[in-house]
Unconditional design. Structure first.
Length: 300
């Protein structure tokens, strides 16, 4: 019998590709969906609705399988992005980066399924009360944007499973079949995976970014203070300066900085987000190879 997450996503496997900013290129998203998981476009750094529409349309040219998008609440254009996604036929979105209180009614009116990313049990309960269809319980070992109060995946996932009635999807520290099975054992009905998909052939991340992930060890990431939130990123000279207080967060987390660092490999322009799971990644594989290994099934 299909899990509730599979029924919601319309996919073969309950694996969601995380929203990885400017490197969530249509080729990557389509490859994830074609391999039986759920590809996810990112809108956090988009500045106008036309960009979101073009990304969706480019992805639809590459796959007829279901895919979704992440809506980042801190972006003031998010409500407009939601309308574009609905117009283009995107049926399921993840929501992160703040309180979904004002966004969920709009998404409900647009007929979308809503998956809210949360860092704590209290936030999960609040999201369920607001009408979330599912919860991503994201542990503090995950890459990218972090809240100021972190809980590990091993503790957070079962705690959220016990606290809510909607399906729970685990995120943070999951990069292979062992993490996938562990998440299911904790009570999750699916997983969201980010860092592992950066180190894939289809991702447009610069080779330097991928090499840093492959080369890093278990303590190869750190938390960078951005004021309202933190970012877990690979240790680079820039990150070390920020952790020591020698460099401030100005102009580090902007579309231009992310483009320069993530896509062009300029390690002085911006940080390289990655989860602690980078310490378990030793090769750059294709998306299909990652999903085959994670699911434990050769899909042919």
């Amino acid at each position: 019998m299909k899990s509730r997450v599979l029924e919601m996503l319309g996919t073969r496997y309950p694996i969601i590709q995380g929203a990885m900013g400017v490197i969530c290129n249509p080729q990557l998203v389509a490859a994830v969906s074609e391999a039986g998981a759920f590809g996810l476009l990112a809108t956090a750094f988009a500045q106008e609705p036309g960009t979101v529409r073009s990304q969706v349309q480019a992805t639809k040219k590459l796959t007829n399988k279901p895919f979704g998008a992440n809506l980042f609440i801190m972006n003031p254009m998010t409500p407009e992005f939601a309308k574009v996604l609905a117009e283009e036929g995107v049926k399921t979105v993840t929501v992160s980066g703040g309180s979904p209180k004002t966004l969920i009614p709009l998404l409900r009116d647009l007929g979308m399924k809503i998956i809210v990313v949360v860092p704590t049990v209290g936030v999960a309960q609040g999201a369920e009360a607001l009408g979330a269809d599912a919860i991503v319980a994201e542990g503090a070992e995950s890459g990218g944007v972090q809240g100021l109060k972190g809980v590990s995946t091993m503790v957070l996932v079962p705690a959220v499973v016990d606290a809510v009635q909607v399906p729970v999807i685990a995120a943070g520290g999951i990069g292979d079949s062992r993490g996938f099975k562990a998440a299911l054992a904790l009570g999750a009905e699916g997983v969201q995976v980010g860092t592992r998909f950066i180190a894939t052939k289809e991702c447009i991340a610069h080779a330097t970014y991928k090499e840093r992930i492959v080369e890093t060890g278990d303590i190869g990431t750190g938390l960078v203070d951005m004021g309202r939130f933190r970012i877990r990123a690979l240790h680079t000279q820039l990150v070390e300066k920020m952790i020591k207080g020698e460099k401030g967060p100005d102009n580090i987390f902007t579309p231009a900085a992310m483009e320069a660092a993530w896509v062009k490999g300029d390690l002085e322009a911006g940080v390289l987000p990655a989860g602690q799971v980078a310490g378990l990644i030793s090769s750059v594989f294709s998306v299909r190879e990652v999903i085959e290994e994670m699911s434990g099934i050769n899909m042919g």
